[in-house]
Design a protein around this ligand. Structure first.
Ligand code: URA
Length: 434
């Protein structure tokens, strides 16, 4: 088999066999196929696409490049969730303890943030002492003991994805539906859960800019998971505004705690109970998702999900007192209020711009090596559709460096529009793909 022939076939839109997929993925992962040949194939895939069978073969070959997590020694049903990345998206922080409090085990490998979207690990590390690097044995023990753990991805989980993603990043081939589907699903499948729920975002700050693209991606990922025997569902959610009111690591954890206390912003609560309802239904614990949702609300309101979060923090060496005393979180030295300069309504919120503003404040990274300021970020006081009077605070910027705050403020201003007419509030959950 020759890489030249595989590239040539795909260039002409001919379907690749499972053996051909395995050949190039394995060869590239092991360093036997050059970057320029892999890059040419990625571009051919970008233009010609992949069928569901080809994407499934690509996913399997990527999984085979490394180790997989075997959760069979953990009793019960194991659930996992993935979001394609949103600004202010702290849903995992609510969902993981909520599901665990309802008997669904969550053995979760999460990522760090890069660019304008935040990562769950960075958020959790804003809790003083919290450790995300557990040994495989510690991880399994914790999952068995308390039913939930959230850790960083082990280095050897789908190593082919790391190499392929790095190449996609520099060859303008990231935004290909089959390549994203294989990348996400290889990591989810290697992590070993029985049920996988996906939150596929669309809108200005999302990978998928339009709803049809998001639906296409969701369909593909759901089908790949089902082919591998997993229970799957994906929801399509609009990213027209940040999720909740907080963007930035410690600020987002505090907001997630509010939801776990039965309070907090409605959109974050809604998304969390909706996803939980679907997961319980897929797990066969309720006859329909609506019943699961009602149970989820109960577990938020009666404190059982919050108690599970306390156990999770304590197990991963964090200070569990943070859930009763917010002053234990890192606080920025500086705050700046962004005030409305006229009466009106908050129109569009450019979520990508808001994510970049938070990044400028120190809440995110522009490159992998950048250090995060856990205290930095933005709290919104108004969201799309809200009435605003001149002089009212629209948002508060938090940070530790005045220059960064100036830069973040300029980005934030450009991301918000004030208008004279009230804009219809976009619905958050658009559709369910099963
Ligand atoms: N997230 C991933 O893990 N992979 C992609 O290709 C895109 C988003």
């Amino acid at each position: 088999m020759r890489m030249y022939d595989i590239i040539n076939k795909k260039k002409h839109g001919i379907v690749l066999t499972q053996e051909e997929m395995a050949f190039w993925v394995q060869g590239f992962a092991e360093g036997n196929i050059s970057d320029y040949q892999a890059a040419a194939l990625l571009m051919a895939i970008y233009f010609q696409g992949l069928s569901i069978d080809e994407t499934s073969s690509l996913t399997s070959s990527m999984i085979d490049s490394g180790e997989t997590i075997d959760l069979s020694r953990v009793p019960g049903i194991k659930g996992d969730k993935h979001s394609t990345g949103g600004v202010g998206d702290k849903t995992t922080l609510v969902l993981a303890p909520l599901l665990a409090s309802m008997g669904i085990t969550v053995a979760k490998m999460s990522g760090r943030g890069l660019g304008h979207t935040g990562g769950t690990l960075d958020k959790l590390e804003s809790i003083p002492g919290f450790q995300v690097d557990l040994s495989p044995e510690e991880f399994m023990k914790q999952v068995e003991n308390i039913g939930v753990a959230i850790v960083g991805q082990t280095r050897n989980l789908v190593p082919a994805d790391k190499k392929i993603y790095a190449l996609r990043d520099v060859t303008a081939t990231v935004d290909s539906v089959p390549l994203i589907a294989a990348s996400v699903m290889s990591k989810k499948l290697a992590a070993g859960a029985d049920i996988i729920v996906l939150d596929v975002k669309f809108g200005s700050g999302a990978f998928m800019k339009t709803r049809p693209e998001a639906e296409n991606l969701a369909r593909m990922m759901v089908d790949i998971g089902k082919k591998k025997g997993k229970k799957m569902a994906a929801i399509l959610t609009g990213m027209e505004t940040p999720l909740g009111y907080a963007v930035g690591n410690a600020l987002e954890v505090k907001e997630a705690i509010h939801v776990l206390q039965g309070e907090g912003p409605q959109d974050l609560r809604e998304l969390s109970v909706y996803l939980t309802g679907i997961t319980l239904w897929l797990a066969g614990k309720v006859s329909d998702a609506a019943k699961g949702r009602v149970q989820a609300e109960k577990h938020l309101d009666d404190g059982s999900a919050l108690e599970k979060f306390r156990e999770l923090i304590a197990a991963q060496h964090g200070n569990p007192q943070v859930i009763y005393d917010e002053s234990l979180f890192p606080e920025g030295k500086f705050r700046y209020s962004l005030l409305a300069d006229q009466d009106g309504y908050l129109g569009s919120m450019d979520t990508e711009g808001i994510g970049l503003a938070a990044m400028k404040l120190g809440a995110g990274r522009s490159k992998k090596e950048d250090l995060i300021d856990p205290a930095a970020g933005i709290i919104f006081y108004k969201k799309t559709g809200d009435r605003i009077r001149k002089g009212e605070t629209i948002a508060m910027l938090h940070g530790n460096n005045e220059e960064q705050i100036d830069e973040g403020r300029d980005f934030l201003k450009k991301s918000l529009t004030l208008q004279q007419e009230a804009k219809a509030i976009p619905s958050l959950i658009d559709d369910l793909v099963i």
